[in-house]
Write a protein that binds this ligand. Structure first.
Ligand SMILES: [Fe+2]
Length: 338
């Protein structure tokens, strides 16, 4: 298995998401065959939490689908036709930004629906600004809840960050690592979970400044997860990027993660600006140290569902699928050695 890839040059920081809205939306419900055929319920009819398993609860959820040992791909509109025509074997689930797909119609909407009928999908939000000062957009949350129910999606994740107040910055701003920010973010996450009637997962973000820092990043992350009682979308590349930019031990950070809260993993490429400065671009292939950290993550927590993120310098689909194959190969090797 080839684990090291050549870096593409990409100076872009996280930029404006490609939000496109269309008027037509087909609201007719459909059964999700994967959910229908692979329900995992405890006797009370709700789903028990377990590492590596998405855990929907409440009215919006129809069942649980196990993603254990699967590799996922962020769905991009440009690939939807090819994926629908010839679904790749190694893609066990897809991730979408709901802001980009909630109101899509026409041919793309039909293709999207065809995929959600056949494959597990998760929602990874971009714009909720969970840690921000502006009131939560509960109109959006209710629309999101209906969208997830309509497409049989089990999990919603967002970034532990904020992205605006009155305006929208289209970037992920770091929260101050303070007690006050823990309480603020946790209360809002709890509210999101109440509205959606399910647990959500928060992602550890990459950041380039830590204003007003009172505690270590890992302590902040753990405090929010505990106080909000939510799950974690663990971005392995973000651990690596932050460890270089802020000079900490990535493996020590990894070992301090509360295993029981991990819902799934992200892995992505980045841009190396200097020996001690990396930009989290999602615009390049994954590099060897990040593959190694992913393997260490599997060693620490067992094989977890792992999603390949690629948002810029989008290569041909075959190149992305080759990286998904690498994730799968790593998972199989670790499972064989377990
Ligand atoms: Fe991520």
């Amino acid at each position: 298995m080839k684990l090291d890839h050549k870096l593409h040059n990409d100076h872009g920081a996280r930029a404006a998401p490609d939000i496109e809205r269309h008027a037509h939306h087909d609201h007719s419900p459909h059964p999700n065959p994967i959910m229908a055929h692979d329900p995992v319920r405890h006797p009370a009819g709700k789903c028990k939490s377990a590492p590596g398993r998405f855990v929907p609860e409440g009215d919006g959820a129809q069942g649980c689908r196990s993603f254990h040992g699967s590799a996922g791909l962020g769905l991009r509109r440009v690939f939807i036709e090819a994926l629908q025509a010839a679904p790749p074997d190694n893609v066990g689930f897809y991730e979408i930004a709901p802001e980009n797909w909630m109101h899509i119609g026409g041919k793309a909407g039909k293709l999207f629906r065809s995929l959600t009928e056949q494959f597990p999908f998760v929602c990874h939000g971009l714009c909720l600004s969970v840690g921000g000062p502006a009131p939560l957009d509960e109109t959006f949350l209710l629309a999101l809840k209906a969208f997830m129910a309509e497409h049989g999606m089990a999990l919603y994740s967002e970034h532990l960050s904020y992205c605006g107040d009155d305006g929208h910055l289209y970037d992920l701003m770091p929260l101050p690592f303070t007690e006050a920010a823990v309480h603020h973010a946790a209360a809002r996450i709890r509210r999101v979970q109440d509205v959606l009637e399910r647990r959500i997962a928060m992602e550890n973000i990459s950041y380039y400044a830590a204003p007003g820092q009172e505690m270590a990043e890992i302590d902040f992350l753990k405090a929010v997860l505990a106080e909000a009682d939510c799950d974690l979308l663990l971005d392995v590349n973000n651990i690596y990027v932050n460890s270089i930019n802020h000079g900490y031990d990535a493996e020590a950070f990894l070992k301090a993660i509360p295993a029981e809260r991990i819902a799934y993993l992200h892995i992505a490429g980045h841009y190396v600006e200097a020996e001690d400065f990396i930009v989290d671009t999602h615009g390049a292939p994954i590099v060897h140290p990040v593959w190694e950290l992913l393997d260490r993550t599997y060693q620490c927590f067992g094989v977890q569902p792992t999603l390949l993120e690629r948002d810029f310098n989008i290569p041909p689909l075959d190149e992305l699928l080759a990286e998904v194959d690498c994730i799968r190969a790593l998972q199989k090797r670790r499972e064989a050695n377990a």
